[in-house]
Design a protein around this ligand. Structure first.
Ligand SMILES: *[C@@H]1O[C@H](CO)[C@@H](O)[C@H](O)[C@H]1NC(C)=O
Ligand SMILES: *[C@@H]1O[C@H](CO)[C@@H](O)[C@H](O)[C@H]1NC(C)=O
Ligand SMILES: *[C@@H]1O[C@H](CO)[C@@H](O)[C@H](O)[C@H]1NC(C)=O
Length: 619
């Protein structure tokens, strides 16, 4: 039965290709073939015991071509062979210094760089999973993330250890061990493992440490802020990592390519799509610690970059840089990423030349994903015969006011017709599982949608509104509910509300995102109801917000309300608030704006509003 499966896929794919009525179908053939080869190879691997993970791919590359460059980071080089040797040393030092055993999770709080890879694959070699902590998250948020990973060990770098200082008492209380991996042992609050790592042998770590690892074992935990509360650790298992790493291959990425990564590695884009794709294809990554619009093309020219990675805002930033005569002087042929809007996309192509923009859609933790491999401007993906067969997804009617899918008289969801916007949901089946969040059944359950088309079925609720057109292109429209995106980060309204509610003069808050012309995503805004008889303290509020929230999550605008209206289920009527935005002529309440120069929230007037609308102030 199982042996027949790939044969059936091959036959169906051929039939699908021949039968497909699409105009671009010939340009799609290479992509479909590559996807087919990847699928077959994965199927073949999944039948081996133990199944070859991405680590095994790395080890094979290190054996066959040890001097091939894997990573170039700000002048430092890391070859496939060096990563193998360095991660052996790190793994051995950890084994000697801790009581780590296979199956444990270890948290990493590390900046972009070779050390991130060494620690990650060192842990994989020990049969452990790595939880990537977001280096932007501070204070209690960071502690929450660490605790939810279930790790007992936290690895960091010398320059990031200061983020942990205020958390050390709590971590010690939880019996957590913290090590700095680089830097001298200065006798600081956190012990450095640097000397022990240097002194350790680089001989391979025993295979037996990984004997229990299967494709279903966790490989990494990635923190995402979905629709509810604080960041959640999404489990990425080895199978999932293989799938994500073969994504770029589908676009035509191969071992001769040089990929330019400016995204943080603690996000799935940088690590799984970026680094893992390079390992999977045997290619080279050029990594930066941080995106820089002005350095971007110089870097691409200097390193002969052929493929770049983006998130929506990134392309816009590139377009915002003043035009130069050498804008088209580069070797970049493919851009892979998500969130590019049609207008920016067109401008990008006009300006920087013939680059194939491979936009994709896929939640880190979700079970549906699309890829726009033909480069159709604005589309998040192309749905073909294959996708339809392998991905049981639907778009259903959604009520933004009630924040829930619309149900018919029988309690079932209603699929929207082609060309109409609907909530994307993906059926959860053994072949399209939703692995969920680590140790959190409630959060995982919240992403489930049950009895959708018949009693007992279960779907993954993506939280995204999408539209499928008559040519089978799928377009992203909006994100629903409690999260909005700003500067490429998901901002959880619940998390922001939790922070604001801690102030004694605040009675009720309702957090939402508003659009600003010329900016992607939504910027934070908050309606506040004060305790009766108390005044708003703009300076205290500012201090509190800066101390507790990362830059992108700080609400930029405030409006004071006498009472905040709620629905029957005690949800806020955000829709009308969002619609009114932050225009003092429209909003009747007192308006405030966060002012970093004055270090306070200050009253906002029409003049300030105009400077924002005309993009004179950079938000
Ligand atoms: C930490 O270790 C001490 C001593 O071994 C033990 O009494 C305590 O319960 C542990 N605390 C936690 C949170 O595990
Ligand atoms: C980039 O390509 C040019 C021409 O093919 C070559 O001369 C140069 O050495 C390459 N640079 C790097 C950093 O590989
Ligand atoms: C934002 O949310 C989506 C859907 O939950 C997730 O796939 C993505 O990774 C998140 N992004 C960040 C930066 O956490």
């Amino acid at each position: 039965m199982l042996v027949l499966w790939p044969l059936a896929v091959a036959l169906l794919a051929t039939a699908g290709l021949l039968w497909a009525p699409w105009p671009q179908s010939w340009s799609e053939v290479p992509m479909v073939c590559r996807a087919l080869v990847s699928a077959l190879r994965l199927w073949w691997w999944s039948r081996q015991r133990p199944p070859p993970t991405l680590l095994d791919v790395l080890l094979r590359r290190a054996r066959e071509n040890p001097d091939k460059l894997l990573l170039l980071f700000e002048g430092r080089e890391l070859t496939y062979g060096q990563l193998d040797a360095d991660s052996n040393r790190l793994g051995r030092a950890l084994l000697a210094a801790t009581a780590l055993s296979p199956g444990d999770c270890v948290a990493l709080l590390l900046p972009n760089g070779p050390l991130f890879l060494t620690a990650w694959f060192g842990l994989t070699k020990l049969g452990c999973a790595a939880a990537f902590l977001n280096t932007n998250v501070r204070g209690q948020g960071l502690l929450h993330c660490f605790r939810s990973s279930g790790a007992r060990l936290l690895l960091t770098s010398a320059d990031h250890s200061s983020l942990l200082e205020e958390l050390l008492p709590a971590l010690r209380n939880d019996n957590v061990t913290v090590f700095v991996l680089d830097g001298e042992n200065t006798g600081g609050a956190v012990e450095s493992l640097h000397d022990k790592i240097q002194a350790a042998s680089d001989q391979p770590l025993p295979q037996s440490l990984r004997s229990e690892v299967t494709f279903q074992s966790p490989f990494v935990y990635i923190f995402t802020s979905g629709t509810t509360g604080l960041p959640k650790a999404a489990i990425i298992n080895h199978l999932r990592a293989h799938r994500m790493a073969s994504f770029m291959t589908g676009c035509g990425f191969d071992s001769s390519d040089v990929l330019y990564i400016t995204l943080p590695l603690y996000h799935s884009s940088g690590s799984l799509l970026g680094i893992c794709s390079c390992i999977s294809a045997g290619a080279t990554a050029v990594l930066r610690s941080k995106f820089s619009a002005s350095q971007f093309w110089d870097d691409c020219r200097k390193h002969n970059v052929t493929v770049i990675q983006y998130i929506g805002e990134l392309l816009r930033y590139l377009c915002n840089v003043p035009k130069k005569s050498n804008d088209r002087d580069h070797m970049v042929r493919i851009a892979v990423g998500n969130g590019a809007r049609a207008d920016v996309w067109k401008e990008f192509l006009n300006r920087f030349g013939n680059i194939r923009v491979c936009e994709f859609y896929g939640a880190t933790e979700g079970n549906v994903g699309f890829m726009n491999y033909v480069g159709k401007v604005g589309a998040a993906g192309k749905v073909n015969f294959f996708t339809k067969m392998l991905l049981p997804f639907h778009l259903v009617k959604y009520d933004a006011e009630l924040e829930a899918p619309v149900r018919d008289a029988n309690g079932h969801c209603i699929a929207v017709p082609t060309g109409k916007v609907g909530l994307l949901i993906g059926e959860i089946t053994p072949k399209t599982p939703f692995i969920g969040y680590v140790g959190n059944k409630i959060l995982t359950e919240k992403k489930h949608l049950r009895d959708v088309f018949r009693k007992g079925d279960i779907y993954f609720n993506s939280g995204d509104l999408m539209m499928l057109d008559h040519d089978n292109f799928i377009y992203f429209q909006d994100r629903i509910g409690d999260t909005y995106r700003w500067k490429g980060e998901n901002v959880s309204t619940v998390e922001v509300a939790d922070v604001l509610s801690m102030l004694d003069f605040v009675q009720n808050v309702c957090v939402y995102g508003v659009t600003v012309p010329g900016n992607e995503g939504r910027i934070g805004m908050t309606a506040i109801q004060l305790h009766s008889g108390m005044d708003m303290d703009g300076e205290q509020l500012y201090e509190h917000v800066v101390a507790n929230l990362p830059v992108y999550a700080r609400p930029r605008f405030l409006r004071m309300q006498k009472a905040i209206e709620t629905t029957g289920t005690f949800k806020y009527y955000k829709v009308s608030l969002v619609k009114e935005g932050f225009n003092p002529d429209v909003v009747q309440d007192c308006l405030f704006i966060l002012d970093d120069k004055k270090k306070a929230y200050v009253p906002m007037d029409q003049e300030i509003y105009q400077t924002i609308i005309s993009n004179q102030i950079k938000l």
